[in-house]
Design a binder for this molecule. Structure first.
Ligand SMILES: Cc1cc2nc3c(=O)[nH]c(=O)nc-3n(C[C@H](O)[C@H](O)[C@H](O)COP(=O)(O)OP(=O)(O)OC[C@H]3O[C@@H](n4cnc5c(N)ncnc54)[C@H](O)[C@@H]3O)c2cc1C
Length: 155
């Protein structure tokens, strides 16, 4: 059931076993997975079902490096589906190096390791209906073999 926040009184209280904030791909998957276990889940979304300028303004940044980064309205979406409403549809698994500390990126470290996430890659692919979970290494080695001179496409 979808309840529009506009229709709720200011001091209303909604009760559930779990409240998930943000109906992007991550929030939707978490909410549906937990609801499938029989729990009551509230998925709270700041945007509407479709793009809305007032909701989108919540994502604006006060400052950003406009020489190297697109405006926030091109980078995140405040609506049901979150930023996946503007994504390209490419599904690529993380690489091991994505989880390693690199001074030139950030001092923030991942709270999980690559190996801990690995068993869930197929489940993520199932959510996105994007077939088998293949490692980047597997994809590239296959691609390089298939694209090398004299190779034949074999299924
Ligand atoms: C142009 C573009 C193309 C992309 N293409 C791809 C691609 O091809 N493949 C790929 O894997 N990734 C792609 N991405 C990245 C992908 O869209 C994001 O990684 C993904 O959407 C992140 O999911 P999320 O659920 O964590 O966050 P988001 O999708 O950002 O969702 C967050 C949600 O939370 C809501 N929210 C935020 N704060 C609050 C609050 N306080 N209260 C209530 N709700 C709140 C927002 O409104 C939003 O709906 C692309 C991104 C962009 C910008």
């Amino acid at each position: 059931m979808i309840i529009l926040g506009d229709t709720l009184l200011n001091d209303s209280t909604l009760e559930a076993d779990l409240a998930v904030v943000g109906a992007g791909p991550a929030g939707i998957a978490v909410a549906l997975e937990v609801a499938a276990q029989g729990f009551n889940v509230i998925l709270a979304e700041s945007g509407y079902e479709r793009a809305n300028a007032d909701a989108q303004r919540l994502a604006e940044a006060q400052t950003w490096m406009n020489q190297v980064h697109a405006p926030m309205s091109h980078s995140v979406r405040r609506q049901l589906g979150g930023t996946s409403t503007i994504w390209g549809g490419r599904c690529v698994p993380y690489d091991r190096i994505d989880f390693e500390n690199r001074d030139y990126i950030s001092t923030v470290t991942w709270p999980v390791t690559y190996d801990e996430l690995l068993p869930y890659h197929q489940r993520a692919c199932d959510w996105l209906s994007c077939g088998r979970a293949l490692s980047t290494q597997h994809v590239w080695s296959t691609y390089l073999v298939l694209s090398s001179p004299g190779s034949r496409m074999v299924r």
